[in-house]
Design a protein around this ligand. Sequence first.
Ligand SMILES: NC(=O)c1ccc[n+]([C@@H]2O[C@H](COP(=O)([O-])OP(=O)(O)OC[C@H]3O[C@@H](n4cnc5c(N)ncnc54)[C@H](O)[C@@H]3O)[C@@H](O)[C@H]2O)c1
Length: 351
Amino acid sequence: MTGKVKVGIIGLGFMGTTHFDIYQASGKAEVAAIADTNAAKMRGDISSVAGNIGGNNCKSLDFSDVAVYADGMDLINNPAVELVDICLPVFLHKKFALAAINAGKHVLCEKPLAMNSADATEIIAAAKNSNKCFMTGMCVRFWPEYRYVREQYKAGKYGKMRNAFFKRFSPTVSGNGWENWFADDSKSGGALLEMHLHDTDQVLYFFGRPNSVTTTGCKGMRSKDCWDHIFSFYDFGDGTMIVAEGGWTAAKRTPFEMSFQLICEQATVIFNHAGLNVYYEDGRIEKPELSDFTQATGWHEEIHYLLDSIIAGVPADKYISTDELIDGIRIIEAERKSAETGVPVAVEYKS
Ligand SMILES: NC(=O)c1ccc[n+]([C@@H]2O[C@H](COP(=O)([O-])OP(=O)(O)OC[C@H]3O[C@@H](n4cnc5c(N)ncnc54)[C@H](O)[C@@H]3O)[C@@H](O)[C@H]2O)c1
């Protein structure tokens, strides 16, 4: 294709406004349409938007050249829109993702793709029948530090892994977002699905499919009925120790944290507030430059990759396959069952 990709964004909350900025600055896309049920947002007033990483200081957006809808289905039916970007609460993903795929659009659906693996499977089946790009916003797969370390690890630079720890920790989401949807398990899947999925997916990305999981956590501390904070142990049956912690239980002004540590035979790799550092067994310390990454964050990397794929007319599946999207949600389902029953749970993969 030639020219800029015409994008329609459904849902102008934290993620929708973040994506809006990235498209408009990309030089590869223009936002042609937006849809949101909120009247102020339809006028471009985004002063109510709150988020986890960095926040958004922008108070208004210029919609003079943008078609504005209250109903996302009208945006999907706009023939000018080539890429539909779904930035809605999780429980609404399935309805709009299926409609956009069936309308023949390229689709970016925010993560988690769906509330459960059955719905994710249905969406993926529809996407596989489409000849358009389909991607889910698993932005940590694109986050420079994570992707760099994973590539080095896979290339054998750090030696065999002995233990790994991934963490995602945020201030309470109570009161955040559209109608407090994060705090309702039937709308978000709790911190377990909405947030911790990123780290479950990193376990999958780095090490493949775990056999079983053992999970514990706390429920309803910052929400109506969600798993608000959890710890999971991923068993690969090989003596390695892989753990992830995820939760949105911190007090309001606690800084958001995403971090990991990888202890391998030849190096210990740590990414946290001090940046990315590699401590080799022989005493060398390396601070990788990450010069292969041209974009500032995983969100930018992800969207530029998708736009490049659409423009080149190739599938957008280099960094995460559609089957892995379903696997990630299946592992989360096993984690939920383990947290609820107090025993290890085998993950049921379908293929
Ligand atoms: N990739 C990431 O790092 C990341 C970070 C935060 C959120 N997310 C994901 O992004 C998605 C959106 O989260 P958010 O934080 O932006 O939520 P949000 O509550 O800030 O925004 C949701 C928006 O959807 C609008 N909306 C609700 N129902 C609608 C409907 N039927 N039609 C049109 N608009 C409607 C609301 O008015 C609101 O503007 C979720 O899937 C979330 O898990 C991803």
